[in-house]
Ligand binder design. Structure first.
Ligand SMILES: [Zn+2]
Length: 470
């Protein structure tokens, strides 16, 4: 070997194997010959010609030619160990799914798709060689290089049509088979046919990982966002269908949830607008409830989208809801500090007696106590909004709420002693302000209210104000 062109050193060569759940590593020591000058310079890395000891006698022979890839990124942190093992782990994952894919396509399609990836090993110079910086080594790929998809959403739609379709299906396949934890993208290399069967020999795949089950696959791992980007662009073709691949939203939980009142007229109002919302926001997928259900006063729109699209979709839903509310909703502001059970009972009563939809707001009122009641008017058969039932419900509810002081809980007294008729009892409202209440005629007043006449409180022996007018 010409010393002007090649340098050599000893390195530990680590191989990574993936079994669907975890990685196994094995290492051996090897003598490595590396070109002094890189033959390719990418944005983030250099690629050098490389041969191993057994190829040193004839480094020009195709089967001996290898390349060493070294990224600049994070090189100083741990001499590039993490960054370079991430490449090897990505390749190990891709190889594992490539083998499974071949078996499954053979069964589902009448073709045996050879979906191969070049072996990628981690080389760690031993001693002073190469200053201890790690790099990746793999066979030199000779042929027409083609990129089929990328980790940033690119899909090749211009050439290698059939191969590109298979590659997109393979990416989807990895997501389904890993139960939504991994997605292999950045499919590139050479491809062609062997006896009518398509074959692929690919290099530098990238894994997007979700759920945190695995360590991040380097800086190209865009996680959940990378998955969203892929599925935003991906359209399932005949191969995905033949393999029965689950849609991404069947595999992973929604990225956004939007609560809407579970009122039929509200759902009917949103339904015809749903595809327009998806189109404008660029959301991947959504599930919008169609049918109101008796035991759910609030329903969820489930959404799968990147953060920006998700926010846009929410905004569009809210804009539509504003239009709907304007025509159909009346609001009652609440001060009663009743328990969730009491509210539930009251809501049921009001709804069944009036036939109108009455919903407590906010949607998590069971935990936080409701601050408003929303009474909805349904559309009549003629298509006009009919306020009759809602108005009747509203007057009934108002009547009942007005006869109930803010802190009076129907059927129970906040003090240990049951409140006696004709006896004034002191309570505290939600702000902690004291007020007095007489059960016999539901009369009440705040301690701080001016203009009340004094009266004697039998329990404390003190005088308090008492309303003159009533
Ligand atoms: Zn698909």
């Amino acid at each position: 070997m010409n010393k002007d062109l090649w340098r050599n050193f000893t390195a530990a060569k680590t191989s990574f194997k993936f079994n669907g759940r975890s990685f196994a590593r094995s290492a051996e020591v090897s003598k490595v010959f590396l070109r002094h000058k890189p033959f390719m310079k990418g944005g983030m890395r250099l690629v050098y010609g490389m041969v191993l000891e057994e190829g040193a006698r004839a480094p020009g022979k195709a089967e001996h030619m290898m390349c060493a890839k070294r990224t600049f990124e994070d090189l100083e942190k741990d001499h590039g160990f993490q960054a370079h093992s991430a490449f090897c782990r990505s390749t190990a994952v891709a190889k594992y799914f490539g083998q499974k894919f071949r078996k499954d396509t053979q069964q589902a399609l009448a073709a045996a798709v050879q979906f191969g990836f070049l072996d990628c090993h981690l080389y760690s110079p031993v001693g002073t060689g190469e200053d201890g910086y790690h790099f990746c080594g793999e066979a030199y790929l000779n042929g027409h290089f083609v990129k089929l998809n990328s980790n940033a959403g690119y899909v090749n739609e211009t050439d290698y049509n059939e191969h590109s379709m298979i590659a997109q299906a393979f990416s989807h396949y990895t997501f389904d088979k890993s139960h939504g934890e991994l997605l292999v993208v950045d499919l590139q290399g050479i491809c062609g046919e062997v006896k009518d069967d398509p074959y692929f020999l690919l290099t530098d795949p990238q894994v997007h990982s979700r759920c945190g089950t695995f360590d991040k696959f380097g800086s190209g791992d865009h996680g959940d966002q990378g998955v969203s980007t892929f599925f935003n662009k991906h359209r399932c073709g005949p191969i995905c269908k033949a393999l029965n691949l689950r849609k991404d939203y069947e595999v992973r939980p929604p990225t956004h949830i939007i609560s809407i009142p579970g009122v039929q007229s509200c759902l009917d109002f949103l339904q015809p607008r749903r595809f327009w919302m998806k189109k404008i926001s660029g959301a991947n997928q959504f599930i919008m409830p169609k049918q109101a259900s008796k035991d759910k006063d609030w329903l969820d729109i489930q959404l799968w989208a990147r953060p920006h699209s998700g926010e846009k979709f929410k905004e569009l839903v809210n804009k539509s809801l504003e239009v709907y509310y304007e025509a159909s909703r009346q609001i009652l502001f609440l001060e009663q500090a009743w328990t969730a059970e009491v509210w539930k009972e009251k809501l049921d009563q009001w709804q069944s007696s009036s036939g109108a939809a009455v919903v407590a707001y906010p949607s998590d009122w069971r935990e936080t106590a409701p601050s408003e009641l929303w009474v909805f008017s349904e559309k009549s058969e003629s298509g006009w909004v009919d306020h009759k039932k809602a108005n009747w419900a509203l007057s009934k509810i108002k009547e009942e709420l007005e006869s109930s002081p803010p802190d009076h809980v129907p059927g129970q007294s906040p003090t240990s002693k049951p409140a006696k008729q004709d006896v004034w009892t002191k309570y505290f409202d939600r702000q902690g302000d004291p007020f007095w209440y007489r059960e016999s005629d539901c009369l009440w007043f705040m301690e701080s209210d001016p203009g009340w006449e004094r009266f004697l409180d039998e329990t404390s022996g003190r005088y308090w104000s008492y309303p003159h007018a009533s």
